[in-house]
Design a protein around this ligand. Structure first.
Ligand code: SF4
Length: 696
């Protein structure tokens, strides 16, 4: 713990990093602009963390006071000009005039916005409202597009709602835990500790991951089965497990008959010999005997729970895989009670909330399609506008439309798309083609290089609002200090909407939540007063059930009957070739968070000052690469350079890196491939070559 002096008061708030959503007491001294955070103390009765934290959350306060913070609005006519610091009024007026002029010249659909999972529910809500009411279109998307959009699609198709099924505490009752495409030790450390406690007390573990992640073998924990599948073959593995369940008579018929539909058609498909573990062994690289044994272990457990991450979603079949896991859980009756379920481990603090708040181009708050007239009517009446019934542009569509000239202006709220989105050259070309880029952020990030307006954002220590974590828990975020920029982000968005001619005003963030509760059935029981009284609550939280819902689908699925969906495995088109013989997959490391904009400006940077390329000893040796050597990493879309870390936990033919530092820029090499249903990028499979760099 970094101690800066004795605190004089404390404020309970929520960590702004990962989807665990730990509660902290920010202990501070001083007041007003002189407020200083002394330390962050994890809250003993925090709903998600019960007094625990990780190295990210403990030191998070560092970035809020970092000298790189942008504190005054800036504008410039052209991106080749120098920035000019201006008043809020001038910056917002400049942005609004140019947005209106672009619409007048190119049509109402020529502008749009991208919002962020790092922002509060209230901030995201007002951004999507601004787009729908002031921009007059549905061109709003969220960074969940590039992480968990397949979760939203897949769980909605099968269960009827776009959210995880359990609370974190449920893991204490799991007898078998299956971790697929997730590395909780690094990415969700506090929940990983809880999971490990359950594993040390006797639960069995199955890990499906190309890498031998820490969980496979850690003190007092050894996975019963590690299925080191080839990147891109998730669906083949989950189908093979389901094949064993169906063909060996391990189906929970009572559950299936009472609670589900579509089973017979699905079972006929999954029983096809092509889905057997033996048939897919060559594709996945996993011995059929291990897949059979893992399937029997999962199906035979009293309670079996699936936890998964971006290693599931960031694939060309991300949505298919989510439905494949839902099929497996339904077939074995592992839904609707403690210790079971299908649980996405959300990467970002508010990725669940940003999706809940209607920031997808096809959905209004509460996952209701814009095509539903009765839903549009609610907003038309309240907002005094006509919400369009046609979905707007997704992020990749915005980039393509920017390059063909039909999309001309973008408001980027708390995202660094020039670093986080795949195929950096393509993103940069799209940003360069726009007439107007408005960035609202804490720092002059990579995307700001293409911006004409830079609106300073507020850190989590200055925000008033709520975040919703991976278990649907709505936590309060309370201001520890006044906004260093003089304005809350939701105020800036409202002022921009007003400057464009649409009246939008709230007295405070609580009033925004009241509007969310008024219009969104699953939030009807939520208010700041309720949250302040009970600490936190998991949605659905309704006026009838204000205590919330820790476990979903208990008596029936949200959609009525759980729906089996046949999930045929289709290989990704990204293949290793003679020119690019290795497969690159990407992930995160404990001390850093996403593009590192925050953690690189805290004490955490000392733990991981650069991104490394993990490569198997054999692949390194044949290339003449020694540990620590600088290497060039190339794909068909770009080349970058970073240091090698030789690691036996990588399989032969697969290498791995993180994307926390712009200088190495892993997304320079990732491609345009994406999930067939949601366009979530295929970050996890890129054919690459690795060669020693010419200069070390
Ligand atoms: Fe908790 Fe995640 Fe923050 Fe760590 S980064 S303190 S696990 S919310």
């Amino acid at each position: 713990v970094v101690e800066l002096g004795l605190p004089t008061r404390s404020v309970v708030t929520t960590c702004a990093y990962c989807g665990v959503g730990c509660s902290f007491k920010a202990e501070v001294r001083g007041s007003g602009e002189a407020t200083e955070v002394v330390r962050m103390v994890p809250l003993k009765d925090g709903g998600a963390n019960q007094g625990h934290s990780c190295v990210k959350g403990r030191f998070a306060f560092g970035y809020a006071s970092h000298p790189d913070r942008v504190l005054a609005p800036r504008i410039r006519e052209s991106i080749s000009d120098d920035w000019r610091e201006v008043s809020w009024e001038e910056a917002i007026g400049f942005a609004a005039r140019r947005l209106r002029a672009i619409q007048a010249a190119h049509g109402p659909g020529s502008i749009g916005a991208i919002t962020s999972s790092r922002c509060t529910n209230e901030e995201v809500y007002v951004v999507q409202k601004m787009v729908r009411a002031a921009f007059g279109n549905n061109n709003v998307d969220t960074c969940a597009r590039v992480c968990h959009s397949p979760t939203g699609y897949g769980l909605n198709q099968t269960f009827g709602t776009s959210a995880g099924t359990q609370d974190f505490a449920s893991v204490d009752d799991a007898d078998v835990i299956m971790v697929i495409g997730a590395n909780p030790t690094d990415a969700h450390p506090v929940f990983a500790s809880r999971m490990k406690r359950r594993l040390r007390r006797g639960a069995a573990l199955i890990v499906a991951d190309p890498r031998s992640i820490d969980l496979v073998r850690s003190p007092h924990i050894e996975a019963a089965y590690h299925l080191p599948l080839a990147p891109g073959t998730n669906v083949a593995i989950v189908n093979a497990m389901a094949h064993v369940v169906v063909t060996e008579g391990l189906v929970d018929r009572e559950f299936v008959d009472a609670r589900c539909e579509g089973f017979d058609e699905w079972a006929a498909f999954i029983a096809e010999p092509a889905n057997s573990p033996e048939a897919v062994e060559e594709i996945t690289g996993v011995p059929a005997a291990d897949v059979r044994a893992a399937a029997r272990l999962y199906a035979g457990a009293r309670n079996a729970a699936i936890y998964y991450g971006l290693g599931v979603t960031e694939h060309s079949q991300g949505s298919t895989m989510v439905m494949g896991m839902a099929n497996l859980a339904m077939a074995t009756g592992n839904i609707g009670r403690r210790g079971v379920g299908v649980n996405p481990l959300r990467g970002q603090n508010n990725v669940q909330g940003s999706c809940d708040m209607g920031s997808f181009p096809h959905e209004l708050p509460g996952y209701r399609h814009v095509g539903e007239e009765s839903v549009r009517d609610i907003y038309n009446e309240l907002w005094g506008v006509e919400v369009l019934d046609e979905p707007g542009l997704r992020i990749p569509n915005m980039f393509d439309a920017a390059l063909d000239g039909s999309f001309r202006a973008l408001f980027v709220h708390g995202e660094d798309i020039a670093q986080s989105d795949p195929n950096t050259a393509h993103v940069e070309a799209a940003l360069s083609a726009l007439d107007l880029v408005i960035v609202q952020d804490l720092f002059e990030n990579e995307t700001a290089r293409f911006a004409h307006v830079l609106l300073p954002g507020t850190s989590f220590l200055e925000k008033d609002g709520t975040f919703t974590n991976a278990e649907r828990r709505i936590n309060r975020v309370r201001p520890v200090m006044p906004a260093r920029t003089g304005k809350q982000e939701w105020q800036i968005v409202c002022e921009l909407a007003q400057a464009m001619g649409y009246p939008m005003h709230y007295d405070d963030a609580a009033q925004i939540m009241d509007e969310i509760a008024l219009t969104t059935p699953t939030f009807s029981g939520v208010s700041f007063a309720h949250l302040d009284a009970v600490g936190s609550v998991q949605w659905p939280c309704t006026t009838e059930r204000p205590e919330g819902t820790p476990i979903m689908h208990v008596d029936g699925f949200v959609r009525g009957l759980g729906r089996f969906v046949p999930t045929r495995y289709v290989p990704t088109r990204e293949r290793s070739t003679r020119r690019f013989p290795l497969i690159l997959t990407t992930g995160r490391i404990l001390s850093q968070y996403n593009v590192g904009a925050q953690t690189r400006r805290t004490a955490n940077v000392a733990w991981h000052p650069e991104d490394l390329l993990e490569i198997h000893p054999h692949d390194a040796e044949v290339r003449g690469i020694a540990d620590g050597d600088r290497v060039e990493l190339s794909s068909r879309v770009g080349t970058t350079s970073l240091r090698a870390s030789i690691s036996a936990r990588m399989p032969v033919g697969v290498c791995y890196t993180t994307f926390h530092h712009p200088v190495s820029g892993a997304n320079v090499v990732t491609t345009e491939n994406s999930d067939w249903a949601t366009n979530c990028p295929e970050y996890k499979v890129t054919a690459v070559q690795v060669t020693p760099a010419t200069t070390q």
